[in-house]
Design a binder for this molecule. Structure first.
Ligand SMILES: NC(=O)C1=CN([C@@H]2O[C@H](COP(=O)(O)OP(=O)(O)OC[C@H]3O[C@@H](n4cnc5c(N)ncnc54)[C@H](O)[C@@H]3O)[C@@H](O)[C@H]2O)C=CC1
Ligand SMILES: O=C(O)C1=N[C@H](C(=O)O)C[C@H](O)C1
Length: 264
């Protein structure tokens, strides 16, 4: 019999971390061996409402190696996730990182560390299958329609802007899109920020409102025609199919991949 995959969830007190805890507890073949979050005051998950019948230690960072996890799920905050990923790789725990806000040079350094340690992993700005498809469709369209703007819309507790998904969408489109500075070459912002962020000539607009979860529209314009590719996340549970898939596959990986599509 193949053993259980031992998993730790970092950021378990947060919106995504709590959803990941439920996924791991209810997924065949997974064992939740610990949870970690610096704001936690509990010593065990059974002290958290709704988890009385669980026996999962709330760990400090130093205690993590004691429970010998195979996989580190991370839904934390941008400034913590780089150090967490480094810690996981150095302790031969395969990271499955959902936290966004990584800089390109930070990812490059972590990829190098993954090679040196011989430990694979995954950093994915979006574990939603509709989001992965939306990015792939947008890349396909960008080949024919270089005139494009991205509008991403999220809940107003989000720390990073633009979203990791918007940046990855722009990166993927930039691979195939004819370079173009979107808009009128003579345009002037009379109110700073009106044209949003600029990635390789493509503008990204970040909307933050209560009531939203995660949504993105990639809007293309052509001569006399337009194409809008839109993705909506209505429930955070939608991310868990991708997270579970990553946890199943990541321990066999030999490098640190970027994007769930690498595991599909
Ligand atoms: N890849 C994906 O599919 C998705 C990614 N995200 C990303 O996940 C991250 C978390 O999002 P939410 O759960 O909404 O945020 P949240 O604010 O609800 O939760 C973050 C949690 O991380 C904890 N934390 C802070 N520093 C930490 C550290 N050093 N180690 C461990 N935990 C730490 C906080 O105490 C908090 O409980 C964000 O970066 C967000 O963009 C969110 C949804 C989907
Ligand atoms: O913070 C969020 O909520 C989300 N963050 C990710 C991102 O930045 O792209 C994924 C999804 O959009 C939800």
């Amino acid at each position: 019999m193949i053993g259980l995959t031992k998993i730790i969830v970092a950021g378990f007190k947060g919106r995504m971390g709590a959803t990941a805890v439920d996924m791991v507890l209810n997924h065949d073949g997974f064992e939740l061996v610990g949870v970690y979050d610096p704001v936690a005051t509990e010593k065990n998950l059974n002290e958290v409402a709704g988890y009385a019948d669980q026996n999962v230690p709330v760990l400090t960072l130093e205690q993590v190696p004691d429970v010998t996890p195979d996989v580190w799920i991370d839904f934390t905050i941008p400034k913590a996730a780089v150090a967490n990923t480094k810690f996981a790789l150095e302790h031969h725990i395969s990271p499955v990182i959902g936290t966004t806000g990584f800089k390109a040079e930070e990812v490059a350094a972590l990829k190098q560390l993954s090679k040196e340690q011989g430990v694979g992993g995954l950093i994915a700005p979006n574990f939603g299958l509709t989001a992965v498809l939306m990015m792939q469709f947008a890349k396909q369209a960008a080949k024919y329609f270089p005139d494009v703007e991205i509008i991403e819309m999220h809940h107003d507790n989000k720390l990073d802007a633009p979203s990791g998904t918007a940046i990855k969408t722009a990166e993927m489109m930039a691979e195939v899109r004819a370079q173009k500075e979107q808009g009128n070459p003579n345009e002037k912002e009379t109110l700073k920020g009106a044209r949003g962020a600029n990635y390789d000539g493509m503008h990204i607009h970040s909307v933050r409102l209560p009531g939203l979860i995660a949504h993105q529209q990639v809007q293309f314009g052509g001569v006399g025609e337009g194409l809008t590719i839109r993705q909506d996340t209505y429930d955070r549970v939608s991310f868990m199919t991708g997270v579970a898939l990553a946890c199943e596959k990541v321990t066999a990986a030999h490098e640190l991949f970027e994007g769930l599509e690498n595991f599909l």
